[in-house]
Design a protein around this ligand. Sequence first.
Ligand SMILES: Nc1nc2c(ncn2[C@@H]2O[C@H](COP(=O)(O)OP(=O)(O)OP(=O)(O)O)[C@@H](O)[C@H]2O)c(=O)[nH]1
Length: 629
Amino acid sequence: MRRQSFAKTMGKARRIRHLDQGVKPTHIQLMTELNKIRNFSIVAHIDHGKSTLADRLIQETGTVKDRDMQEQMLDSMDIERERGITIKANTVRIDYKADDGENYVLNLIDTPGHVDFAYEVSRSMRAVEGSLLVVDSSQGVEAQTLANVYHAMDADHEIVSILNKIDLPASDCDRVAEQIEDVIGLDATDAIQVSAKTGQGIHETLEAIVKKLPAPKGERNAPLKAMLVDSWYDAYLGVIVLVRIIDGVLKKGERIKMLSNGSVHHVDRIGVFKPQREEIDELGPGEIGFLTASIKQVRDTRVGDTITHEKKGTEDALPGFKPAQPVVFCGLFPVDSAEFEDLRDAIDKLALNDASFSFEMETSAALGFGFRCGFLGLLHLEVIRDRIEREYDIELITTAPSVIYHIHMKDGTMQELHNPADMPDLTFVDHMQEPRIKATILVPDEYLGDVLKLCQDRRGIQEDLTYAGTRAMVVYDLPLNEVVFDFYDRLKSVTKGYASFDYQMMGYRQDFLVKMSILVNDEPVDALSTMVHRDRAEMRGRAMVEKLKDLIPRHMFKIPIQAAIGGKVIARETLSAMRKDVTAKCYGGDATRKKKLLEKQKAGKKKMRQFGKVDIPQEAFISALKMDG
Ligand SMILES: Nc1nc2c(ncn2[C@@H]2O[C@H](COP(=O)(O)OP(=O)(O)OP(=O)(O)O)[C@@H](O)[C@H]2O)c(=O)[nH]1
């Protein structure tokens, strides 16, 4: 369920696309005055209509001719598919002749919608002055509506509220406007009623962008200061960098410098997206566009960095820059060890276009060669894993996702632990800390009890509980390690899909954590080691060995399955022996059936890994870690 809905979220084409191929440069000159520019983003919960609204704005302004619209969309989606799931912000420049007779340039930045990419959302918000807040008027405010609108408020945006999907019978604008006021605290008296489907309210939206959102400020004669908003890899042009010019002018042929690392590049192209790529000669203050500079790797371009001229540039970096930090780690191993090189290839290629994904080689006694990979969150992990399996056709074993623990040693030093297998000798450890999150959950009140129980079971501390009509908003302080595995799944299942969830990282706190090892036939299986809270270790250990007992097929001998902390066994099951000959029951000698069974057995084997003398099926690694509570 999680995978499906995520595929939908991410796979849905960001339809404001850069059609990168087959576009001739047109070399238009932009001389837009600051007061004729409006830069904005659209914030919304998933499926509330962000992409559809963006399409409509583009269509209404004739940015894309009606007859091209369909074709354009399809092209865009192909590129989306080609690039795979894009988790990047994109932009489109819309020329709009307003009712006041003036021509305006509206720059729309599309932001990623998922919690894992909160940092990128907050950065791209800083590149614009205003936001359209889109709320589905048949649904109301959701957790991501809140999270995203808070980013917009943090960036001091002027916000225009849009009540979308008014064509639906379930639409209730009064109720949703009230919710926007109560829950978010925004005045929704002037909220625009829109149907992105029929086009109703689109003209009013464009007028509101011009009238209500502020024009950017900037100084044309000041040293160049531009924000790196986004970047992605293009097979023809190398890395394309999306920039917002704050001050100064950026011209083709100039040499630029990235302030974070001092690297210098020669700008070979400058342009805008309409939404197809159009080359121009310069970008002035307030404008948003792209540059290319023969940059080879997305890793060399960091979102939020400040770009200036190599000579006579500014020294003054934009505040708040930090490189994206992975928070969840797991091991990826090929099921078939012969595919290790293919896996390396796939990971290299994916990393080229995703600066937030980190990896290093790892060897596991049980799983052989693989990679320890870092992700921005669990969904990011799923995207990468799915892509490796689907696009590169490599079957993977994924080890338990782990967060980064801080291990404070007795000698006063601190180590980051990314992999439970690397846990240092406890005699040298003073104490450990784990990352905590602040989770915001919105849920219809009939499911509230189940949500509270779930959070409580995951060592959560309730921080807030408020109501907006028949929906409750709960805020919990939770340990990230209790959330990384199957929290979304459980939340969805206990609320029948009606809850929405968002979180932010809160920092580290000390707790009593231990490493729990799993031994199968007296051999430790390193890929199944996990860090757990001491008070929950027995329960988790028991649950895991019981599950493994069901997941591991019987062998010709008895197999003990144990959970242990240090040398102490805390849970144990025994898998009894059986005859392995699956054809034994086919007396009578039906040769085809016998053959079929043997083939089936062989196919089953392919997905097993051998640990000592025991075959453990691939799904055991994931299933054993799922909690039922
Ligand atoms: N009836 C109706 N459906 C709409 C309207 N706007 C969008 N939709 C539908 O709602 C669904 C979600 O719309 P999207 O524009 O893809 O939503 P989104 O917010 O971009 O979603 P994500 O890309 O998943 O974040 C699609 O099936 C749209 O066709 C509207 O005004 N009326």
